[in-house]
Write a protein that binds this ligand. Structure first.
Ligand code: FAD
Ligand code: FES
Ligand code: MG
Length: 313
């Protein structure tokens, strides 16, 4: 890696002192030289991969619930992805990507040693972590990746954490062992009954509620219909329910308006006001319609995709 000298200002000094735990010597790095290299790539399921990426300046400030905006190559579009894990000592963050369209396929096809085009973050408000007694954390599909740092933080705040993981099929279930290690209790369900309980995560949640268990808070992260169904299940019992919204994002800094949602009758920008919101107050129909607005363009972009060349500086 090339090393250019640059003038150190007070922000740089703060970064360096806060970063004293990191084994990477930041004195040898200038911002221009930073290459976000993929140090590890692990296939978690058929179309789901974990990428551990060098990001020493991002890991410094990242907290549970925050995300990054990634461009797999310099020619790619920008996509938001949640920070699923962080290692301050290695100066890395981990993201988990599910290949659903052109850009996630580009990212999924990068290899260990490649650098991503660019990476911006941490973005969004961190999840508010309090001691609520019992916290039920529900993850659906790749949403389990977003849930992991939240479960970790809730345990550190002395909550009793019950995790409920759901997937359409056993082959799509990720991070079961990691979540087991972090949770006090764990339940798994699959839509087709191929593993765990046959049914939906809301079936498990409804059973917990009817058993009389006192639940302080519910976190639900996953596909919109799942987050909506969880919010409807907890509404009659007045259980606080936090969901992580995933509208289309472009800049991730509150400027483009792409991620506009309505919550409690007020307009919010998910990238700066969220992504966490009270699930009982979200206008779910509007969110669904806005997410589907570019469907035809996304189809064409995928059809025109060419093989991705990773950058190796
Ligand atoms: P496309 O074919 O372009 O789109 C497929 C679908 O993805 C669209 O119909 C739309 O619903 C959604 N989408 C497309 N472009 C965007 C965009 N710019 N922003 C948001 N959604 C979009 N996915 C993961 O696999 N792992 C994560 O950790 C993760 N974290 C996310 C965190 C946040 C805060 C948000 C908003 C989304 C997150 N997503 C995550 C979803 C991910 O950003 C989309 O799957 C991705 O942008 C799709 O891009 P594509 O070009 O591959 O697919
Ligand atoms: Fe542009 Fe939120 S992504 S305002
Ligand atoms: Mg796209």
């Amino acid at each position: 890696m090339m090393s250019r000298k640059y003038n150190m200002n007070s922000t740089d000094k703060n970064i360096r002192s806060a970063h004293s735990k990191c084994r990477i010597d930041l004195r040898s790095i200038s911002p221009q030289d930073l290459c976000h290299r993929i140090l590890k790539r692990e296939q978690l399921a058929d179309t789901v991969a974990l990428l551990e990426i060098e990001a020493p300046l991002i890991v410094l400030n990242a907290k549970a619930g925050q995300f990054v905006i990634v461009r797999p190559t310099r020619e790619s579009e920008r996509i938001p992805l949640t920070i699923s894990d962080m290692d301050p000592e290695r100066g890395t963050i981990s993201i988990i990507v599910q290949e659903v369209g052109r850009t996630t396929k580009e990212l999924g096809s990068l290899r260990e040693g490649d650098c991503v085009g660019d990476l911006v973050g941490p973005l969004g408000k961190p999840t508010e972590i309090e001691n609520c007694g019992t916290a039920v954390c529900i993850g659906g599909g790749v949403g389990i990746a977003f849930l992991r740092p939240i479960v970790k933080a809730l345990r550190e705040a002395d909550n009793n954490v019950i995790s409920i993981l759901g997937a359409r099929d056993k082959s799509l279930l990720i991070l079961e062992n990691e979540m087991k290690a972090l949770s006090d209790e764990i339940y798994v369900s699959t839509d087709n009954g191929s593993y765990g309980r046959h049914g939906l995560v809301t079936d498990v949640l409804n059973d917990l509620i009817s058993s009389g268990k006192k639940i302080g808070i519910v976190f639900a992260i996953g596909p919109q219909p799942m987050m909506r169904a969880v919010s409807e299940a907890t509404r009659p019992h007045a259980i606080k329910t936090i969901v992580s919204l995933d509208p289309i994002m472009i800049d991730g800094t509150g400027m483009c308006g792409g991620c506009r949602v309505t919550v409690g009758g007020e307009i919010k920008f998910t990238c700066v006001d969220g992504p966490d919101f009270d699930g009982h107050l979200v206008d779910w129909d509007e969110l669904r319609a806005r997410k589907a607005a570019y469907f035809e363009h996304e189809k064409v972009a995928l059809e025109r995709r060419e093989p991705t060349e990773g950058c190796r500086k």
